[in-house]
Design a protein around this ligand. Structure first.
Ligand SMILES: Cc1ncc(COP(=O)(O)O)c(C=O)c1O
Length: 371
């Protein structure tokens, strides 16, 4: 572990404690709805452990999967309005298993240049032809698809919310293009789930495409309790194929039942306590308002709790991250190779738990640090 890696003692939250006992204001977690330390989730985990023990000690196709997994699949299907869902130990595993199972020689996979590493790695494992379009450049995507007829099956792939920019994919346009060119559409909802107003999914639920598959992947390791696990949701046919062919599903354990029980409770709490999402949206708006007051540039029309704060060069960002740390603010510098060279930034992640005072504290400290 590197010297700069924070060692947390106690729960994940907006106020965290490191091993030396120092309290930090935390702007670097995906705990968007503050569920990681929700008593109902902890109780669900404890009850599951008492009833079912630590784990399955095997892969699903040999020992079967647990009722806790089955419940989570069902809740995920309902949450997204999909036909079916298959669980994995993580969304990384889901994305790595997906492409090689569905696409082979003679097929085409077209991917946004800023897609998450797990999608990139998964796509590399498929024997299909691969093509990239610049981030969000749907005109270029359509140019690439002019050759669509030369291929068998074709997939368009994007993050629904991009993890370094906090911007949304234009899902309606993607659906139109996929329909027009008889393509599958694959979206990674990892940073969307839980954050989209008003119910955590918003207008990004599943519905069939006329002449292709709509496939959604996602994680339970962020807004949904922050424990572990990932999924692929879509049609019955796609999920059945993945159960037979996805190598991380066949050759690796699922998340343990306790993680499934925690994620299931997270979905229930998200439904029961919509005020968490409402508060998150208010915080996103308040952050933009305070940034404008202090003259800190943030992307225009920011609608997501990921907000990149950019400086003139990578060194300035790294220096600012250290200085923020000295002021007991945990906000992490992202630099090459996580983002392109000299596009370093502090990736701020807001939660429903941040106060205006904490957000103002971060923004004024940042403007002093980069001055
Ligand atoms: C867009 C996206 N996809 C997938 C993942 C991987 O999720 P997991 O931690 O469940 O493997 C992440 C996590 O960083 C992500 O941001």
């Amino acid at each position: 572990m590197s010297e700069s890696t924070l060692v947390l003692v106690g729960p994940q939250s907006t106020r965290i404690r490191d091993a030396s006992g120092r309290e930090l204001v935390n702007f670097a977690s995906n705990d968007y709805l503050q569920l990681a330390n929700h008593p109902a989730l902890a109780e669900a985990g404890i009850a599951c452990l008492r009833e079912n023990g630590a784990g399955m000690a095997s892969v699903a196709f040999i020992s079967g999967f647990h009722r806790a997994h089955e419940e989570l699949e069902q809740l995920t299907v309902e949450m997204l309005g999909a036909e079916a869902c298959i669980l994995f130990s993580s969304c990384y595993a889901a994305n790595v298993g997906l492409f090689g199972s569905l696409y082979g020689e003679g097929d085409l996979i077209v991917s946004d240049a800023l897609n998450h590493a797990s999608l990139i790695d998964g796509i590399r494992l498929a024997k299909a032809k691969r093509s990239l379009f610049p981030h969000g450049d749907l005109a270029r995507l359509e140019e690439i698809l002019a050759d669509r007829r030369d291929y068998g099956r074709c997939a368009i792939v994007a993050d629904t919310v991009f993890s370094m920019e906090g911007d949304y994919a234009d899902v309606e346009e993607f659906r139109r293009i996929a329909a027009e060119h008889s393509c599958d559409l694959i979206l990674d909802h990892s940073h969307l789930t839980g954050t989209a107003p008003p119910d955590g999914i918003g207008p990004y639920s599943w519905s069939p495409l006329p002449d292709g598959e709509f496939i959604i992947t996602g994680t339970y390791g962020k807004a949904l309790g922050g424990s572990a696990g990932g999924f692929v949701a879509g049609s019955e046919a796609v999920v059945a194929q993945l159960r037979k062919q996805a190598r991380p599903y066949i050759f690796s354990n699922l998340m343990p039942p306790v993680a499934a029980a925690i994620a299931a409770e997270a979905i229930r709490v998200m439904r029961r306590e919509p005020e968490r999402n409402a508060q998150l949206q208010r915080n996103v708006e308040a952050f933009a308002r305070i940034a404008a007051e202090l003259g800190v540039p943030v992307p225009e029309g920011q609608r997501h709790p990921i907000v990149p704060l950019k400086a003139s060069d990578d060194e300035a960002v790294a220096r600012a991250s250290v200085l923020l740390g000295e002021r007991d603010i945990h906000a992490v510098a992202m630099s090459y190779p996580v983002v392109p060279k000299n596009e370093g930034r502090i990736r701020v992640q807001l939660t429903s738990g941040h106060t205006e005072e904490e957000m103002r504290g971060l923004l004024s400290a940042w403007s002093e640090c980069v001055r």
